[in-house]
Design a protein around this ligand. Sequence first.
Ligand code: PBG
Ligand code: ZN
Length: 323
Amino acid sequence: MSFPTVRMRRLRGSEALRRLVRETRLGRDDLVLPLFAVPGSGVRQPVASMPGVERLSVDQIAEEAKRVADLGIPAVILFGIPDAKDARGSGADAADGIVQRAVAAARRAAPDLCVMTDVCLCEYTDHGHCGLLEGETVANDPTLARLAATAVSHARAGADVVAPSDMMDGRVAAIRAALDAAHFESVPILAYAAKYASAYYGPFREAAESTPAFGDRRGYQMDPPNQREALREMQLDLDEGADVLMVKPALPYLDVLAEARRRFDVPLAAYHVSGEYAMLMAAAERGWLDGPRAMLEALVSIKRAGADFILTYAAKDVAARLP
Ligand code: PBG
Ligand code: ZN
């Protein structure tokens, strides 16, 4: 049967009908807000390339955690900018490190909020790479113990979920073993499993001061043209004990997300990254598109492709605007 019997427009005739037949819904429950913790107190520093995003001192992280929880957002993910960096990223697993203090403050301020932490060395190393260096290469195996120690220190500080973003081989297994040995067997691992060497991390690196001092991350993050390899990365992380798999960035990699949805019966996350956020905000600022609508359209497309939840800098705005 086809036209004129079939008329697809019939079910588009009113908002009520459209609501009834809508296949995908974006809700508060889908959102995770990234937060950047910096030293000091009373500090709220706007990030120039991410309008609406501020770097917060630990006391302000606590305030923000409360606000986020009040908006009905289930989770935040914390990044830290330490006051000192060195070759091995000592700040990453310091018991009184910036993220460790931020986690504790957020938990105290908002006990029901899920507090996730990004586990990586790049914000803490003076060279800005995600692992330890041997000459000018990022050495995989020696990095694993550093990542595992970092994850354990986050759990000890009260993190509800740890999220390794470094892309070293074997890190999920190393972190799982270390968490279990420290009696954190109930702390889930959200693996940045398919993480690409992307130009869209630019604004984040300004916020996190984590631009590599030399070279780039192509020796450990994935090559953008590859999809099969991403699925293999995801399978491996699953085999190593990941509880949730993430694809990052989101919009340029919706094909990866959709295929992962078909293959894996585990929760999937997607990171709508800094550059994706920045370009929408920049176009909206110039009046070139309707920012709020474009943001909702981007986020719902990520859900439609198969994500269970989305890390997004727009979480607060979106939650405030959802019915
Ligand atoms: C750290 C990390 C990065 C992001 C999340 N964790 C930067 C990078 O890998 O260079 C990017 C997030 C964003 O752009 O919003 N490894
Ligand atoms: Zn990193």
